[in-house]
Design a protein around this ligand. Sequence first.
Ligand code: PEP
Length: 253
Amino acid sequence: MRRPIIAGNWKMNKTSSEGVELTKAIVGLGKGLDGVDIVIAPPFTSLAAVCSTVKDSPIKVAGQNIFWEKSGAYTGEISADMLGEIGCSHVIIGHSERRQFFGETDEMVNKKISAAFSAGLLPIVCVGETLEQREAGRAKDIIKGQIVNGFKGFDNSAASKIIIAYEPIWAIGTGKTATSDEANEMHAYIRSLLTDLFGAALAKKINILYGGSVKPSNSNELLSKEDIDGVLVGGASLDADSFISIAKSALNR
Ligand code: PEP
């Protein structure tokens, strides 16, 4: 059985002091939630303070992005080693907002995943189609391209550390959610792609999270589906009560 992962992507929200307050509330409310991994992804400026706030708790911390080089003249970028050293265990890679606003391609995603592995970080790799692509019947082709190109060149030992987040772009921050059946169908398809790439035994172990307007009112239904192994939450992760209530729905699986 895959252990569910509930990840919160704070995006460009919360100053460092606000982030510490939110983290303290999450740590407090999250006490005793043993059957689930909770990961929070604050902005870079809050990471060090949030990492020290979660130190004695099971809550894990992710960066929202990394650059693929280890160091050097790359103004404004952050390396995987830098995140690892301050206590991050995870990193979000290829979020649709990075692909849309910062021109990230599958090739760049592939290099960032490699960099994450080199630093011992677990990558949460985001894939998803636009509404236009879905309506044109191209959703599965788009996801296949993102998975096949994003995961090119990884052996099974590396692939076992990948976490995938399926986030249909039309559902992110819009209040529209894929139905649990639509989401589960895509998750099962992603698992079939992983089976082709890495074999059935490994594909069964990889966590596939759903993201896109997840909130306490729909998380139970989404997380009841066989291939939905957790959620990546944006807006609702900025409120400790909502975020932890979503995390609790993973315990009913
Ligand atoms: C996200 O940013 O990954 C996301 C899913 O956002 P929201 O939950 O706000 O739709």
